[in-house]
Design a protein around this ligand. Sequence first.
Ligand code: FAS
Ligand code: PHB
Length: 389
Amino acid sequence: MKTQVAIVGGGPSGLLLSQLLHTRGIDSIVLERRTQAYVLGRIRAGVLEQGLVRLLEEAGCADRLHAEGIPHDGTCIASDGEIFRIDFRALTGTPVMVYGQTEVTRDLYAAREAAGGRILYEVDDVTILGADTDRPEIAFTQNGEPQRIQCDFVAGCDGFHGVSRRTIPEDVRREYEKLYPFGWLGILSETSPVDHELIYSSSERGFALCSMRNAHLSRYYIQCPLTDKPEDWSDEAFWEELRRRIPEEAARNLVTGPSIEKSIAPLRSFVSEPMRWGRLFLCGDAAHIVPPTGAKGLNTAASDVHYLFEGLARYYRSGDTEGIDGYSEKALARIWKAERFSWWMTALLHRFPGQSDFDRRLQRAELDFLRSNASAQKAMAENYVGLPY
Ligand code: FAS
Ligand code: PHB
């Protein structure tokens, strides 16, 4: 098989890149290890920056997003029962869009299929060959049959556990990592959300987040020890603990119901540099991970895709390599700002095991400064709605 851009990974990064390339007549093949149903079954991000909304509009995939997505003009932060609001619209002129990653991925799959896009599912043994030559190839098996794809470029969009990052030689790669001593236990329930906006809550018992997917589907998280497993938590135990970590008024309004998804995500900050090696380009979780506190994971994947798409489109339009040559540096500049913001929000709102009284007082002073200072709120709002691409 031949294509211009071989894309490893059929999650949001790979699908969005494939669809954007298609709008400029650039051919791609997406290789996905799992089935489409499996990919759509993963419950992940819930908040989209306007940059991602605009990319989905450019890709011709934003109709359902605009029909069903919920614009949020702000978010609430609660600390030990006190609650205050960060007004994105007043501070930045920009809202965020609440629309689940699952729905973004569903829309992208539908668009690729409508355009006759080539997506190969349940592929195994993906190996990227000759990335440092002018003729890279992808070797893989499907239904036990060995196959090859000749291409001009490879986009590694295969997430944190994929093969792309590891294709870059260890002596070329520089990796930066910070692990957090807790995880997020998340549940999805067919209940009405506790409020019309998100509530990030910092309590003596630990962090909690009240989020949503729509008016009838709520998403909640509580900080939990890394040793916990989802099966350790009954729905009743989850609801009881959530109530104890959010402000009284929210706890009173909480509508509970059976969980339809329950999972624990470990929290990690991670960046692998560079994001390019020869004709291989890394996008999204293949190159970087943030703790979900700042809702930046999917949104930094989107800005990677934007930079790579513009660079490839420029190359195929005029042979000019400036965009692809500058890709890694440009993407990393924005990624590190998202890493900083996600680390800052995580440090601000979580209880760290063994935290000293001094550190706890620092946290409360930081929250008090955010609550009472317009410049602090503007800085938080600008990062949360998304820094410019
Ligand atoms: P993805 O991991 O989504 O997609 C990679 C794709 O590549 C997958 O479909 C995988 O099956 C495929 N793949 C892997 N190896 C392959 C191989 N060898 N060959 C072929 N295909 C291969 N972000 C937020 O903003 N908010 C959140 O609340 C949030 N929660 C999260 C919870 C969890 C458990 C995880 C893991 C992530 C969460 N994220 C969250 C971050 C998440 O949304 C990612 O940023 C987003 O999925 C990034 O998309 P991709 O880069 O496409 O990577
Ligand atoms: C979610 O709804 O899944 C969500 C929202 C905001 C975050 C993290 C997760 O910061």
